[in-house]
Design a protein around this ligand. Structure first.
Ligand code: E4P
Length: 193
């Protein structure tokens, strides 16, 4: 069971790193948009530099904003090239064509966090295509009448049965009880604001 921070706020990140309580960082375009206007690459580099300052080599997830699959690959490569940090993971929103993106990035040695998943099938297919992390939108699934606990149990069993090198992240976390429930149901990582 691991705890990631779901934020792009530099002060929050530094405060968490100082306390040693965070094992990874996840960002997304909406979180970045909440921060003072800055160059995208510079902001991500600032987050990674904080990790380096605290001598931590923790995964930092950065989402592509391209929507065309081929452009996602180009953008992912550009992020990896431009950010000076060895543990950047590229967030790819789940989709049928995006499975090819994940597979190709995996072949290029780029770690992917497949995000915006709502169903067991999405998480399982993304894990099979080579995603290093698969992210379930826990509370957004509850909002539409789904059962994230059942989904987590099914996907954890699938990953274990197939010995896949993939961890499940529960995102869209709104209260401490969500963390407990996620971990109880086999989730590897919870990312919380
Ligand atoms: C996860 O990685 C996402 O960034 C995040 O948790 C999205 O959830 P929310 O927009 O419902 O908070």
């Amino acid at each position: 069971m691991k705890l990631f921070a779901d934020t792009a706020n530099l002060k929050e990140i530094e405060s968490l790193l100082q306390k040693g309580v965070v094992q990874g960082i996840t960002t997304n375009p909406s979180l970045l948009a909440k921060e003072p206007k800055a160059d995208f690459y510079q902001h991500i580099q600032d987050i990674c530099d904080l990790c380096l300052r605290y001598k931590l080599d923790i995964p930092v997830s950065v989402e592509v904003f391209a929507t065309d699959p081929d452009k996602m690959i180009t953008q992912a490569e550009e992020i990896i090239q431009r950010i000076e940090y060895g543990n950047v993971n590229i967030k790819i929103p789940v989709g049928f064509e995006e499975l090819r993106v994940i597979s190709q990035l995996r072949t290029k040695g780029i770690r992917v966090n497949c995000t915006c998943c709502f169903t067991s099938a999405q998480l399982q297919l993304a894990a099979l295509s080579g995603a290093r992390y698969v992210s379930l939108f826990y509370n957004r699934l509850i909002d539409i009448g789904g059962d994230p606990s059942k989904c987590l149990r099914q996907v954890r069993k699938f990953i274990d049965d197939n010995s896949l090198d993939c961890e499940i992240i529960a995102g869209s976390i709104r209260n401490p009880y969500d963390l407990e429930k996620s971990w109880e149901n086999g989730c590897h990582i919870v990312t919380a604001s």
